[in-house]
Design a protein around this ligand. Structure first.
Ligand code: ADP
Length: 184
């Protein structure tokens, strides 16, 4: 059976859990034979947006590019999972307006926690001044006002966060409700 494509847009601070949750969703969707692709902010910046920096303008250009690609994928029946900080609300909303199949997932963790996690060592570099314009430290992050899903990664386990998103995909009928008898 062919599925309707959708953009799953994960936004949140660096270290909030976007990549971790995106990979978990990907794994569960593949189990169900869904077509899925992850557009990870870090990867996009080393390929598609290599020349861009971190000014507001460059960030917005980067997000528009990701939105453009996600749109192409989703209209061909693919679940396009975007995992990018995407700090500016207006650009996320602009992409939402371009595509009726858009689900915003706010991956919510307080800055203090992200900073303690500091998976990539970027917060330490931002605090020492080695990295300028780092989101949450010296650059704004605008949380979504009405996201379809909120994953509070300090209160909910990775599994719970992933399941919440999957449940929303089921509720909105992008994927069939899963039971052992039901192959999608
Ligand atoms: P981001 O992609 O947002 O920069 P990452 O996924 O790279 O964040 O890192 C998030 C870190 O937080 C990982 O080490 C992950 O194991 C940890 N973590 C703890 N709880 C959660 C949760 N509920 N959901 C996602 N990640 C979590």
């Amino acid at each position: 059976m062919r599925h309707k494509g959708v953009i799953l847009w994960l936004t949140g601070l660096s270290g909030a859990g976007k990549t971790t949750i995106a990979r978990g969703i990907e794994c569960k969707l593949k189990e169900r034979d869904c077509l899925v692709e992850i557009l990870d902010g870090d990867e996009i910046r080393s390929h598609l947006s290599k020349e861009l920096g971190f000014t507001k303008e460059d960030r917005n250009t980067n997000i528009r590019r990701i939105g453009f690609v996600a749109n192409l994928l989703s209209r061909n029946g693919i679940v396009a999972i975007v995992a990018a900080i995407s700090p500016y609300r207006a650009i996320r909303d602009e992409i939402r307006m371009m595509n009726e199949n858009f689900i915003e997932v706010y991956v919510d963790a307080p800055l203090e926690v992200c900073e303690v996690r500091d998976i990539k060592g970027l917060y330490a570099k931002a605090r020492s001044g080695e990295i300028k314009n780092f989101t949450g430290i010296a650059d704004p992050y605008e949380p979504p006002i009405n996201p379809e899903v909120i994953c509070r990664t300090t209160k909910e386990s990775i599994e719970e966060c992933i399941n919440k998103v999957i449940a929303e995909l089921e509720r909105l009928e992008y994927i069939p409700i899963w039971n052992q008898m039901n192959q999608c």
